[in-house]
Design a binder for this molecule. Structure first.
Ligand code: MD3
Ligand code: FE
Length: 207
């Protein structure tokens, strides 16, 4: 495991293949039940990433309980708690036995999709965010909580990786400048078909 900053822990290959396959199939099922949407930015542009929500609906840039979304399954809540436990063993400052995520955002990346540097500040709770990556590898860019620019650290995230962001890193700027097309394990491509190359699931405690 690698510590990216205080409260930010990267655990490569955290999920085994059956776990990844189960989660990826669930994402494909959620996406087929209701097409993921591209988020419209304040300037009017559209994000290249498509997003679907579980547990609570997120609209830029707030949670909106008027929209019906699939429930956040218990098995995914337990996976998030287990991920936080793993990360806490690396950085004890994360310790949070009461972690109760109530929403997940599933981001689907096409081959050219990117996500610009941003902060996640719509959650009322300062609880950590747990991130799970599947499919194609990407460059994940991790900055500081203070401003959008340098210094930042670029990390390659691969299918099966866990990253937890808590403490002072919870408000860090971060983004995905690049997805590496065709780097997913072959079994991922079998599950995804012609769909997106990379899938990222973030678990959040919003209240
Ligand atoms: C650092 N997703 O959904 S996951 C997002 O790969 C988002 O789809 C990216 O940024 C993705 O908001 C990055 C890693 C991540 C997620 C949430 C964070 C890093 C974070 C919240 C605070 C600090
Ligand atoms: Fe984010």
């Amino acid at each position: 495991p690698a510590v990216l900053g205080p409260g930010a822990v990267h655990v490569p290959d955290w999920m085994d293949r059956p776990q990844q396959e189960y989660l990826l199939r669930a994402c494909v099922d959620w996406a087929s039940a209701r097409p993921p949407r591209s988020i419209v930015l304040p300037g009017g542009g559209r994000m290249s990433v498509r997003t679907l929500c579980l547990g609570r609906h997120w609209t830029p840039y707030r949670y909106d309980d008027d929209e019906v979304v699939p429930p956040l399954p218990d098995w995914l809540v337990r996976a998030a708690r287990s991920g936080l436990e793993t990360a806490t063993a690396v950085d004890p400052s994360l310790g949070d036995p009461g972690y109760t995520p109530d929403a997940a955002l599933v981001n689907l990346y096409g081959r050219d999709a990117t996500m610009g540097l941003h902060q996640d500040r719509d959650e009322a709770s300062s609880a950590p965010v747990v991130s799970l990556s599947l499919g194609d590898a990407c460059t994940f860019r991790f900055g500081t909580p203070h401003h959008r620019g340098r210094p930042y650290t670029d990390v390659r995230l691969e299918s099966g990786d866990l990253v937890v962001f808590g403490g002072p890193s919870r408000m860090a700027f971060h983004g995905v400048p690049r997805v590496f097309d065709g780097t997913a394990p072959a079994w991922c491509r079998d599950v995804l078909g012609a769909g997106p190359g990379r899938v990222n699931i973030t678990l959040r405690q919003t209240r």
